[in-house]
Write a protein that binds this ligand. Structure first.
Ligand code: DX5
Ligand code: ZN
Length: 216
């Protein structure tokens, strides 16, 4: 499968969000990645449902919601109602992960589990077959524009092996510090979806930058 590209709206111009959504609509972006932060699970606050609920009307691209919040199980209905395709919850935020994953699927969404940089992929051994996606953080979550953690490339390879060994079908998405150089290495290691925020939105021609990420 050719890899997908999911630009992160976190680095968009929040005063002109509609303009940036229109840019993404014109681009080869496969999905739009949406970062929700609560100031508790991560040391930053981004945006919540008042913004998220406006997006579905403005784009036909699938919405990939990454919840960096405690107790994400409280918001399964809200995320379903805003029209999300993927709901990603952090492994570290879910003591009852199996229950949350199935609640997400029962609401008709695809379920993703996100791992912080220090969380080993081996912890997914007993749940990987239930997942539609694993989102590997290649920075510590909370901020855009951080430096890529090199070890993430090995985690992609380890996760790829786990998925193959279990006969599972989860996609591998990687988030944080993705550019053409790190993106190429991630795709070569087996990543299916690249998230990119700062690299896309700080570039002179974001549509062209998304094209280049697709061409890796
Ligand atoms: C970080 C977020 C990312 C962020 C990536 O906590 O989960 O999605 O937007 O930003 P870049 O690509 O700038 O590292
Ligand atoms: Zn994210």
């Amino acid at each position: 499968m050719n890899h997908l590209v999911a630009p992160s709206l976190l680095s968009a111009d929040f005063l002109h969000l509609e303009k940036d959504i229109e840019m993404l609509n014109r681009s080869e972006a496969d999905w739009i990645h949406l970062d929700v932060m609560d100031g508790v699970f991560v040391p930053n606050i981004s945006f919540g449902f008042p913004i998220l609920n406006l997006l579905k009307e403005k784009t036909a691209k699938p919405l990939d919601v990454h919840l960096m919040i405690v107790q994400p199980e409280k918001f399964v209905n809200e995320v379903a109602e805003m029209g999300a395709e993927y709901m990603n919850v952090h492994y570290e935020a879910c003591p009852h992960l199996h229950r949350v994953v199935h609640a997400i699927k029962d609401r008709g969404m695809k379920a993703g589990v996100t791992l912080n940089p220090h969380t080993p992929v081996s912890l997914l051994e007993e749940i990987i077959s239930d997942l539609d996606m694993v989102l590997l953080m290649s920075v510590n979550p909370g901020f855009g524009g951080q430096r890529f953690i090199e070890h993430s490339v090995e985690k992609v390879a380890a996760l790829k092996q786990l998925i193959a060994r279990k006969g599972a079908h989860a996609l591998i998405e990687v988030d944080g510090g993705v550019n053409l150089e790190t993106g190429k290495r991630l795709v070569d290691a087996g990543a299916d979806v690249l998230v990119a925020g700062n690299f896309v939105f700080s570039s002179e021609d974001p549509v062209e930058t998304i094209h280049q990420l697709k061409m890796l």
